[in-house]
Design a protein around this ligand. Structure first.
Ligand code: ATP
Length: 298
């Protein structure tokens, strides 16, 4: 089984600030890290470090950031199918972090939104029934819809993380097998939260729903009922990538055991995310292959 993560790749420029900037304000900050990021890259790197065969399909543009992206991806245990675009800058994020570990992120998506369906399908043509297509919200609407439709035709399992939020996401649920949402996403997309939000998504056709709630833990919902797991204790330094770590480890844990998402997969994901929130940066904060092997063996 292989995971095909189709999404964005970016360089995260993380700046620590004492509080988030308000309109019209000039703030002093300190560069904290410059690291590989982007939700697609994050999820693929963590899946690959778990030992699940993983392919990242993403677009890179021109400039020094595209070289950084290629260098950093080359050090990861994944296959990178990078579509090189000319006349477009590689995507990047400005991440503000405050001393309590909260973050606010602005991401450019010019490269991600220029990715064409044809380019994605050239690589996805290698996928076999039962492989997993993992998607987030950074691609164009047409490409996101086209990938989900193709994944259905090819009998792939589809996993979707509706972030960043887009207005068309509620149409997609019938083509989504596994949905991962944080509290804000659940509220925006269903008008409610907790178990009520999960029930709405299950009624729309999602097979398994995972709701994450930061330090309060996470809940899995499917036709057999609800299972909640607590967050693992952590000293929070920077929550960037916590949700991506959680989703990738939950998927890899169940895929490597040949089963659906279950309580054990959520426990593995919680343990891994607690490591991510305790470290600064994005890729450099993710659990290592050795750490993940220990977590997944439990
Ligand atoms: P982000 O956007 O910061 O990557 P998210 O908003 O998508 O994350 P969250 O629900 O904040 O997702 O966090 C995902 C998981 O990370 C949680 O379910 C939990 O397991 C872990 N986590 C997040 N915050 C904490 C914390 N303060 N302590 C321990 N674990 C945490």
């Amino acid at each position: 089984m292989r995971a095909y993560v189709i999404g964005n790749v970016a360089i995260d420029e993380t700046i620590s600030v004492s509080s988030f900037p308000q309109a019209g304000a000039s703030l002093l900050g300190r560069e904290q890290s410059r690291d590989l990021g982007g939700k697609g890259a994050n999820q693929s790197v963590v899946c690959g470090r778990c030992g699940l065969p993983t392919t990242l399909i993403a677009a890179v543009g021109e400039g020094f950031r595209s070289r950084m992206i290629q260098d950093q991806l080359a050090r990861e245990p994944i296959e990178s199918e990078l579509i090189r675009l000319s006349g477009v800058a590689s995507d990047f994020s400005i991440v503000f972090t405050t001393p309590d570990g909260e973050n606010a992120i602005v991401t450019t998506t010019e490269a991600a939104e220029s990715l064409t369906l044809d380019a994605v399908l050239r690589t996805l043509s290698k996928a076999r029934p039962g492989d997993i297509a993992v998607l987030q919200g950074n691609l164009s609407e047409a490409v996101t819809r086209g990938i989900l439709k193709t994944a259905r035709e090819k009998a792939l399992v589809t996993a979707f993380n509706p972030s960043p939020l887009r207005s068309y996401f509620p149409d997609l649920w019938p083509d989504v097998d596994l949905a991962f949402l944080n509290k804000g996403e659940a509220q925006s997309l269903t008008g409610t939260d907790g178990e009520a939000a999960a029930r709405k998504l299950l009624a729309e056709g999602v097979r398994q729903v995972v709701l994450t709630a930061g330090g309060e833990g996470a809940t899995l919902a499917d036709r057999t009922g609800f299972v909640s797991v607590p967050a693992f204790p952590a000293t929070v330094l920077d929550t960037t990538g916590a949700g991506d770590t959680f989703m990738a480890v939950a998927i890899a844990s169940s895929a490597l055991r040949g089963c659906d998402l279950d309580e054990r997969a959520l426990r593995h994901a919680s343990a891994a995310s607690a490591l991510t929130v305790g470290r600064c940066g994005t890729r450099s904060a993710f659990p290592t292959e050795q750490e993940l092997a220990g977590i997944l063996a439990d």
